[in-house]
Design a protein around this ligand. Structure first.
Ligand SMILES: [Zn+2]
Length: 383
């Protein structure tokens, strides 16, 4: 990553590959949960934000002036766009339920930005919006997305450290939920229930002495970072935009909504916090920029030939390989770079390994390397 200014980062090639893999996992799970992908504008008219009162009340809203002194907002979230959009499409109960999502850059004019990519002014986010005719249908979908979120975090590699956390509900329901990943670098404090393992955030802990899920009063305090959140919005946005549907009796009813967010760079930052050692990152396999970091050392003709053969064989098997064939770097420098980048498997070809008719395989995060025959390499890596 490269910092352009506080809160704005460029994703360089390796980091961008990680971001795209996180995006693919999220996208696949959203589609499986019935979401249809769309893309809404980043640039919003002031009028939509005035309708909900958030032009004045949302302090992180980026505002800008266009030509003719017209006012615009840069979207920090898209209820002000998706609600009037749904109004054009939803006529009757037969049009419900449905859910749409997008993966798009959001803007938040944060007063302070810190912790690298954990809190930035511009970031890629997945936002899903669901639309329902009944409270029961909304509640069922909300529970479904809870499970979907845990599946996403499990696939990304942070499932076992991530806790469903009760947070304040805002205008509609008593609670919303955050997904909090434990890390000492986190800016949030959560209290994990010793009995049922759900958590409450600091705000909720001050309001209630017992677990909202199981009524136990025994908690353990931990530092965490929020990697996702879900809200039941109810009629909060359908009312200002007059988003209504005709029920079975022909009466007009407000549509009920839910919204569900995941910040992608934040998830990526959380993974790095959760999975690193003193030498660098240890990427989980599913989101690693490559699966294999192939290194040739003392580049003799024979070493080069075998390394290139290994590279091509792995590519043919669909294995993503970063091939370090630099002639001007020592073995030590190449190993240090491999540890820093954190690709799951390091494969070394050298005169020493070739003397044993083998290549050396080492898993990032493990202490020992082992020799493997070229023909067995794919099997070892894909296990
Ligand atoms: Zn509990």
């Amino acid at each position: 990553m490269d910092q352009l200014m506080a809160g704005a980062y460029t994703f360089l090639p390796l980091g961008f590959r990680v971001l795209k893999k996180i995006e693919e996992i999220i996208k696949k799970n959203m589609v499986e949960a019935g979401g249809q992908e769309i893309l809404m504008p980043v640039l919003h008219p002031k009028e939509n934000w005035e309708k909900t009162g958030r032009w004045q009340n949302l302090d992180i809203l980026f505002k800008l002036k266009g030509s003719g002194h017209k006012d615009y907002a840069l979207g920090p979230t898209h209820e002000e766009v998706v609600s009037p959009l749904a109004k054009k499409l939803v006529l009757s109960y037969k049009d419900l339920p449905f859910a749409v999502f997008q993966i798009q850059t959001k803007f938040r004019d944060e007063l302070r930005v810190k912790s690298g990519i954990l809190r930035t002014r511009e970031f890629l986010m997945k936002d899903l919006y669901s639309f329902h005719a009944t409270l029961e249908d909304l509640a069922n979908y909300y529970e479904k997305i809870k499970k979907t979120y845990f599946n996403i975090f499990k696939e990304i590699g942070i499932g076992k450290d991530t806790y469903l956390t009760f947070a304040s509900g805002g205008s509609f329901s008593k609670y919303s939920h955050e997904f909090q990943m434990l890390t000492d670098a986190g800016e949030d404090i959560i209290y994990i229930c010793n009995k049922c393992k759900t958590a409450v955030n600091k705000e909720i802990k001050h309001e209630t002495p017992v677990c909202p899920s199981c009524s136990s009063d025994s908690f353990v305090e931990k530092k965490a970072v929020e990697v996702g959140n879900i809200f039941t919005l109810g009629t909060k946005f359908s009312l200002p935009f007059d988003l209504k549907f005709k029920d079975k009796d022909g009466n007009l009813q407000p549509v009920l909504m839910g919204c569900y967010g995941i910040g992608l760079p934040r998830v990526m930052g959380a993974v790095v916090e959760a999975s690193h050692d003193e030498k660098g990152i240890v990427w989980p396999k599913n989101i690693a920029p490559f699966l294999v970091h192939l290194i040739s050392i003392e580049n003799s003709d024979k070493v080069k030939r075998v390394a290139e053969k290994t590279y091509n064989n792995l590519l043919k098997e669909g294995v993503q390989v970063l091939y370090d064939d630099r002639d001007d770097k020592s073995a030590g420098e190449k190993f240090a770079d491999a540890d820093l980048i954190g690709i799951p498997f390091r494969v070394v070809v050298s005169e020493k390994t070739l003397a044993k008719n083998s290549v050396e395989v080492k898993e990032r995060g493990k202490k020992t390397a082992k020799l493997a025959k070229l023909k067995d390499l794919v099997k070892i890596i894909k296990l």
